[in-house]
Design a protein around this ligand. Structure first.
Ligand code: UD1
Ligand code: MG
Length: 414
């Protein structure tokens, strides 16, 4: 069976109380849109994305993500059914899977299970539902003799018996022909006046469903839900890191963003923030209290310790920076030792510059390296040295003082 994939991202997201379009809200360093598109790409190379409110900003994000998508504009946000209606002419396959941009935690396996069920059952609609403790805000699944007969949106609930704990996740597979037939028949809802996609189920008996875990089902309408989603994704990312060999004594005290690469067994102590675009090699030690930012590569056996911040920095094999340092835009050679309190002064107020430190160099405590600067292989800087801009400390040379000068060996014999 063939499937197109549709991502609805046009809504205003009013309940977020945020100026930022909802698809651009981030959890663990990734936008909601990115997470949902990554899920979509498991199914189809090219998703159809419906944009509307804040569309220009969302388009910029699509460009940044460099994803192949067909953009469809929904001029007025009249509801989820209307969003699908404007996308209909772009749906070429026999079936369409609809994802909502504010439901970012659905797992790939779950999506595959949904596709499988839809294919097997030949239903008009196959819904992904979940049992949740707090169903407030969600569309409730109404069953009659076990079969789904309706989805009642929160705002439209009239009877106590509709207050059920089985909710619709927003994710569903639809037969395209069914959508074409039924969407024009929908009427605006009584209370909100929106065209609800969930109303299509009232027009068929051929409905199938698949259940997912409560935490996958989380829909993000309010800030509190965004924060909850972040913590759920954190748990997943930490579990993935552990699977790759990261040992964490207190995992809940480690913050790992989406897209961090762990290359093998390593130790991550508590209170670390590891941003996306970081690679941690085998046998590395990180923390406690380290902040690894984008572009940090820790090569095998290197160590970054207490209150060390790194950005766009390569730590060579077995290099160490154990205390109180800022290492930005730098390349640290293998087995070099960065003394406590070393600072790469990488920014001159206009541009960022590079610091290169050779193999086995020893940078003394409290050294300030005013970039661009090079410290040669095996060179030494004294405690408190300020190595000025464009200084090239020769291999094996020792420099001390402010500004740092070569240490003259005393010729007098005592
Ligand atoms: C929707 C479902 C609800 C489900 C919940 C799961 C409907 C009618 N309701 O409710 O059953 O339990 O998701 O989280 O579908 N959007 C558009 N254009 C619009 C309106 C919305 O593109 O005109 C997009 C939004 O950007 C969002 C998605 O559709 O990504 C869902 O819209 P939202 O307003 O969040 O629906 P919910 O109230 O959460
Ligand atoms: Mg929602």
């Amino acid at each position: 069976m063939s499937f197109d994939i549709l991502v609805l991202a046009a809504g205003k997201g009013e309940r977020m109380r945020s100026e930022l379009p909802k698809p651009l809200q981030r959890i663990c360093g990734a936008t909601l849109l990115e997470l949902v598109l990554n899920l979509a790409s498991t199914l189809s190379e090219q998703a159809i994305v419906v944009l509307g409110w804040g569309g220009e900003l969302v388009k910029e994000e699509l460009k940044r993500l460099n994803k192949k998508v067909t953009i469809v504009e929904q001029k007025e946000q009249l509801g989820t059914a209307d969003a699908v209606r404007v996308a209909l002419p772009h749906i070429k396959k026999e079936n369409a899977v609809v994802l909502y941009a504010d439901v970012p935690l659905i797992k790939r396996e779950t999506l595959s299970a949904l596709i499988e069920e839809h294919t097997k059952s030949g239903a008009d609609v196959t819904l992904l539902s979940a049992f949740v403790k707090d169903p407030r805000g969600y569309g409730r699944i109404i069953r009659k003799d076990d079969s789904i007969c309706a989805i009642v949106e929160e705002a439209e609930i009239k009877e106590e018996k509709e207050k059920r704990n089985e909710i619709f996740t927003g994710v569903a597979a639809y037969r395209t022909g069914f959508l074409e037939k039924v969407l024009p028949l929908l009427k605006p809802s009584e209370k909100k006046g929106e065209y609800y996609l969930t109303d299509v189920v009232r027009h068929t008996k051929k409905i199938s469903s698949v259940l997912c875990e409560e935490e996958e089902a989380l829909g993000i309408n309010e800030m509190e839900q965004l924060v909850k989603a972040e913590s759920l994704l954190q748990q997943r990312l930490r579990a993935e890191a552990m699977k790759k060999g990261a040992r964490m004594a207190a995992p809940e005290l480690v913050y790992i963003e989406y897209g961090v690469e762990i290359e093998g067994e390593c130790v991550i102590e508590p209170f670390c923030v590891i941003r996306r675009g970081v690679r941690i090699g085998k046998g590395c030690e990180v923390g406690p209290f380290s902040h690894l930012r984008k572009g940090t590569i820790l090569k095998e056996g290197s160590e970054v310790g207490n209150f060390v911040e790194t950005k766009n920095t390569v730590m060579g094999e077995k290099a160490k920076a154990k205390h109180l340092s800022y290492l930005g835009d730098s390349e640290i050679g293998a087995e070099a030792n960065i003394g406590a309190g070393t600072i790469c002064a990488n920014y001159d107020g206009v541009a960022k510059h590079k610091t290169v430190i050779g193999k086995k160099a020893s940078v003394g405590s409290g050294t300030v390296l005013i970039a661009p600067v090079r410290i040669g292989e095996g060179a030494i800087t004294g405690a408190g040295a300020v190595v000025t801009k464009n200084r090239d400390v020769a291999p094996g040379e020792t420099v001390v003082g402010v500004p740092a000068r070569a240490l003259k060996k005393s010729s007098k014999k005592r």
